[in-house]
Design a protein around this ligand. Structure first.
Ligand SMILES: Cc1cc2nc3c(=O)[nH]c(=O)nc-3n(C[C@H](O)[C@H](O)[C@H](O)COP(=O)(O)OP(=O)(O)OC[C@H]3O[C@@H](n4cnc5c(N)ncnc54)[C@H](O)[C@@H]3O)c2cc1C
Length: 159
C-alpha cells in the first residue's frame, strides 16, 4: 500500500509541531514533505537574539540532520505559489509540483509594518522576520535605541 503523503507548508512553530505530532503518531510510516520559504526557526526567540542573549544558531528549530532523522523531505527556501485542490498538487516557485494526500498550510500571518527610518532605508520593515532582527542588531548595538524610541513616543516594534 502506498504511504500517506503529508505536505506541510511553513516551517514555523505550527509546521514544526505538525511534523512532530505526525511522527509521534505514525513512527515514520508516512511521507512528510516540508515546503518553507525560510529555514525553519522560532520567531518567539527573536527578542532574545536581538538582545544578544542567544546566538543566531539557536533560533533554528529543524536543522538538516533533524529533518533527516524525522524522515522529512524538505523544500527549504521555496515558496508555495499555487494549489490545485482537485488534483491534490502544490506548485512551488521553482516550478516543482508536489503531490499530497493531506496538506497543512501553516504560513503564519503578517505583522504590522514599522516605519523606523533605518528599516525603511533598507526596505526591511517587518518586525517578525529574522532578517529584520539581524538589521536591528546592527543599527542598535544594544537594545537601548529601541527603548529610547519607545520612550520618545515615536514608532515602536509591534509584534
Ligand atoms: C518577535 C516575536 C516574539 C514572539 N514571542 C512570542 C512568545 O513569547 N510567545 C508566544 O506564544 N508567541 C510569540 N510570538 C508569536 C509566535 O512567534 C507566532 O504565533 C508563531 O510564530 C506562529 O507560528 P506559525 O507557524 O503559525 O507561523 P510562522 O512562525 O510565521 O511561520 C510561517 C512559516 O511559513 C513560511 N511561509 C510563509 N509563506 C510561505 C509560502 N508561500 N510558501 C512556503 N513557506 C511560506 C515562512 O517562511 C515561515 O517559515 C512572537 C512573535 C514574534 C515575531
Amino acid at each position: 500500500m502506498a504511504k500517506q503523503r503529508h505536505v506541510i507548508v511553513g516551517g514555523g512553530t505550527a509546521g514544526l509541531n505538525a511534523i512532530l505530532a505526525i511522527r509521534e503518531h505514525d513512527r515514520g510510516a508516512s511521507e512528510i514533505a516540508l515546503v518553507s520559504a525560510e529555514r525553519p526557526y522560532a520567531r518567539m526567540v527573536l527578542p532574545y537574539y536581538l538582545g544578544r542573549s542567544i546566538a543566531e544558531s539557536h533560533v533554528f528549530t529543524l536543522p538538516p540532520a533533524r529533518l533527516a532523522q524525522l524522515g522529512v523531505t524538505d523544500h527549504i527556501g521555496r515558496r508555495a505559489v499555487s494549489l490545485d485542490a482537485a488534483a491534490n498538487t502544490l506548485t512551488l516557485d521553482d516550478g516543482t509540483v508536489v503531490a499530497y494526500d493531506d496538506l497543512l498550510i501553516a504560513t503564519g500571518s503578517s505583522a504590522v509594518s514599522i516605519s523606523w527610518r533605518h528599516f525603511h532605508a533598507s526596505n526591511r520593515s517587518r518586525a517578525d522576520e529574522l532578517t529584520s532582527h539581524r538589521l536591528a542588531r546592527a543599527i542598535a548595538p544594544k537594545t537601548s535605541a529601541m527603548r529610547r524610541r519607545r520612550s520618545e513616543n515615536l514608532e515602536a516594534m509591534v509584534v
